[in-house]
Design a protein around this ligand. Structure first.
Ligand code: ZN
Length: 241
């Protein structure tokens, strides 16, 4: 058998390195480029509900459900939507929910092409304008991250929050029962649940199934002895800077 030449080996090695970088960049829970916190300590029966991409016109119904259930959640807010609905972000805080940032405009490619990842700083500014608070919790749009985007995130004092329970509530046709079944079957002590109250950068979102799933999720998990906490409580870290 012929041993590959040095050039062929170099090409192979480079291809493997680029493939590894791409796979890691696209894997939401991958911590190669900095810690992504996907769950809390597993000792206690606690879970954290999180909502991404809002606020939108679907957010009030979700806040009403959370209030009725006496559950506090964590919202990863898109800055442009916070500018559209600052009163909804303020209501989240007033209700006792926690607000983190999900960049200014939920762009997938800025993590790759903007080496300073200015979308993160702009997202923080939008939240500070709406609430007077600078968030300390960050969720990456699409889970897509690179070594330089993670470095920028850290430079703003943000912790990156992933998830361990994904019921895919955003999928067209998902029913409340399906969403609740998926959450309950994936639930583990310390889990972080990924839900959505918005629709990337648009003001309108149909999240009726997500809102209707909340009482089912809360009642069924409470029956199993679970408590609901916010992400900062789950991880034992500050929510704001
Ligand atoms: Zn998102």
């Amino acid at each position: 058998m012929r041993v590959p030449g040095i050039r062929a080996r170099a090409v192979l090695l480079l291809t493997a390195a680029v493939a590894a970088l791409a796979v890691a960049a696209a894997a939401p829970g991958c911590s190669w480029y900095g810690a992504v916190l996907t769950h809390g300590p597993g000792g206690e029966r606690v879970v954290a509900l999180t909502f991404d991409d809002g606020p939108s016109d679907a957010t009030p119904a979700i806040l009403d459900q959370l209030e009725a259930l006496d559950v506090h959640a964590t919202f990863f807010v898109v800055g442009e939507n916070a500018r559209r609905y600052p009163e909804l972000v303020r209501r989240e805080l007033a209700d006792g929910d926690v607000v983190g940032t999900h960049t200014l405009d939920h762009d997938r490619w800025q993590a790759l092409f903007d080496f300073r990842y200015r979308d993160v700083a702009a997202g923080i500014d939008a939240l500070r304008a709406a609430t007077g608070h600078a968030p300390a919790l960050f969720r990456v749009p699409y889970g897509f991250h690179t070594p330089w985007s993670m470095a920028a995130v850290r430079s703003h004092g943000l912790r990156v929050v992933g998830w361990s329970i994904d019921p895919a509530d955003w999928r067209a046709g998902a029913t409340a029962t399906q969403i609740a079944d998926r959450v309950v079957s994936q639930a583990r002590p310390g889990g972080i649940v990924l839900l959505h109250d918005g629709n990337t950068d648009r003001a309108h979102a149909d999240r009726a199934a997500t809102a209707a799933a909340l009482p089912l999720i809360v009642q069924r998990l409470r029956a199993q002895g679970y408590h609901f906490v916010t992400v900062d409580q789950l991880l034992g870290v500050p929510a704001y800077r």
